[in-house]
Design a protein around this ligand. Structure first.
Ligand SMILES: [Zn+2]
Length: 423
């Protein structure tokens, strides 16, 4: 038995990882590149400085370049949309304060409020109103500046400049080559050989779109062979199981074994995968290139928002625009709205309200996130109801773990045991 032949499938010590990182090319996929748009200007500068130390080791498959150019406008739009809910929240607060003042001053409705107290209340409300209004002004100015900056990206794009400066692009595949990949893809997808078999069954992707991941994979193999090099692949498309295995924190643990094997058989080299956060930490820990903590913080936020976000695709009823927007799990506040006792415990329904805004016509779309649990704390199903748009697709979601539920559940079990004992 030759146990060393299994070594290509593991990367479990720092020395092996350092060895790989010092002898590889770094290949980015489209999702990792598009997430550069979420970095601040300072973050981008730090990233550029780190890239500058990496020599000519940064690569893009040609199909990644194509997908990036195709999707960058909507990535820029996406950043602008992040501001919309904040603007709305501010106006809601101000409207509430004004209406509170009206209510308080309908003195006949509150005969128990004395004249003196009423004056106090009014002056407090006025102070809150004044402070909130000035906060809103500061916020709106900042937002205007940021929007101006990001809109400028359409003509002078710092991310595009960064990519042009530091990345080399692999070979272009003509249509004939794509067709031969399609023929191979049919067999691979039938047997669920990675990558990209999930896209193949995605009805929203058409023609060669279904082959995107496989084309990119073939181009990665091509660059690796040409450069006679190991590959470190950076992706932020962390929800797809047709490239890699995730650990319990949803970081990338390892590429799927079929990919490792195919790379090894292609040129005798290794491949390993990381998300952008793991990559940035690796630049520091494994290559010894100092990365400012602020950049680490920003990238950390991007990844943790991704793992905790629920993506919803909807079609606006007013303008028919199809929007893809996300909401963070943390932003949803679930309320218990129904509870029916059943044999194994309570059957519970929770709901949480949220709002989306159409990116084209700005229509407000109310979303109701529903979760059923039976028994309480144990997820059984979930759905989303939209008012103002048609739902096209959604990420699965559950109610985050709640300590109170566990206490309730323990109490319930105790009660059941007591009942069984005939107490
Ligand atoms: Zn619309």
């Amino acid at each position: 038995m030759d146990a060393t032949s299994y070594d290509i499938y593991t990367l479990d010590n720092v020395d092996a990882e350092k060895k790989l990182w010092n002898n590889c090319i770094f290949v980015f996929d489209t999702s990792a590149l598009l997430d550069f748009y979420l970095l601040t200007n300072d973050g981008l500068t730090s990233l550029g400085e780190a890239f500058n130390h990496m020599g000519e080791r940064l690569w893009l498959p040609e199909h990644v370049q194509y997908e990036f150019l195709k999707n960058r406008s909507s990535a820029i739009e996406g950043v602008l949309n992040l501001y919309e809910p904040l603007v709305k929240d501010y106006s809601v607060i101000i409207n509430k304060i004004v209406s509170l003042k009206h209510k308080v001053n309908k003195i006949l409705m509150h005969p128990f409020i004395s004249k003196d107290s009423l004056n106090d209340i009014n002056s407090t409300i006025d102070t809150i109103n004044k402070n909130t209004t000035s906060l809103t002004k500061i916020f709106k100015e900042q937002k205007r500046e940021k929007i101006k900056l990001i809109k400028g990206y359409q003509t002078n794009d710092p991310i595009m400049n960064l990519i042009k400066t530091y990345f080399q692009v692999g070979e272009y595949y003509n249509f004939e080559k794509i067709l031969s990949i399609a023929a191979e893809g049919k067999l691979r997808y039938e047997l669920r050989i990675p990558p990209g078999f999930e896209d193949y069954n995605n009805d929203k992707k058409e023609g060669t779109q279904k082959l995107g991941d496989l084309i990119i994979w073939k181009q990665i193999l091509g660059v690796a062979k040409l450069q006679d090099s190991n590959v470190v692949l950076i992706t932020n498309d962390i929800k797809k199981g047709d490239w890699c295995v995730l650990d319990k924190n949803k970081s990338i643990n390892n590429p799927l074994h079929d990919l490792i094997r195919e790379m090894y058989d292609n040129n005798g080299k290794r491949i390993w995968m990381y998300n952008l956060k793991q990559f940035i930490n690796g630049i520091d820990d494994l290559l010894g290139i100092k990365v400012p903590s602020d950049l680490k913080f920003q990238v950390n936020q991007i990844i943790s928002n991704k793992t905790k976000s629920i993506k919803v695709e909807f079609e606006c009823e007013c303008c028919d625009t199809v929007n893809e927007q996300s909401i963070l799990e943390d932003e949803l506040e679930y309320e218990l709205v129904e509870r029916h006792p059943r044999k194994l415990g309570d059957d519970c329904r929770y709901e949480s309200e949220a709002y989306f805004y159409c990116s084209k016509c700005n229509k407000e779309i109310k979303a109701l996130f529903n979760i059923w649990e039976y028994p309480q704390g144990s997820h059984s199903c979930s759905d989303i109801e939209l008012d103002g748009a048609g739902l096209r697709s959604q990420d699965p979601f559950t109610r985050p773990y709640n300590e109170e539920d566990e206490i309730l559940y323990d109490l319930y079990i105790d009660q059941m045991i007591d009942e069984c004992r005939g107490k």
